[in-house]
Write a protein that binds this ligand. Structure first.
Ligand code: SF4
Length: 95
């Protein structure tokens, strides 16, 4: 199954962000809170690796899109949450 693309990212002060596009080769979303672990504060566009990032892995087991630590969403968006970057596509799993 192809990895879901990062459709947009509003975190302009990340080194991988250029024009609201994430250019990391892949991002990792982490742990209990859907934080983008790949976020690295710096000058946007300075670490461009690929045309568009994908979600390489996700540890957020509480998300309905999480399937064995992989993201099953068709695509994700990332935005600021307080002072860090979060996956905005997160939807709590029904239990
Ligand atoms: S949509 Fe859910 S499973 Fe996919 S990266 Fe975001 S938090 Fe992880």
């Amino acid at each position: 199954m192809p990895l879901p693309p990062v459709l947009a990212c509003a975190v302009f002060d990340c080194v991988y962000n250029e024009g609201k596009v994430c250019h990391a080769s892949a991002i990792h979303v982490g742990q209990e809170h859907p934080t983008c672990d790949t976020y690295e504060k710096g000058v946007g566009g300075s670490e461009i690796e690929s045309p568009q990032a994908t979600v390489g892995g996700c540890d957020v087991l509480l998300c309905r899109y999480n399937n064995n630590l992989s993201c099953g969403a068709p695509g994700v968006t990332v935005d600021f949450h307080e002072n860090h970057a979060d996956c905005e596509t997160f939807v709590p799993r029904q239990i």
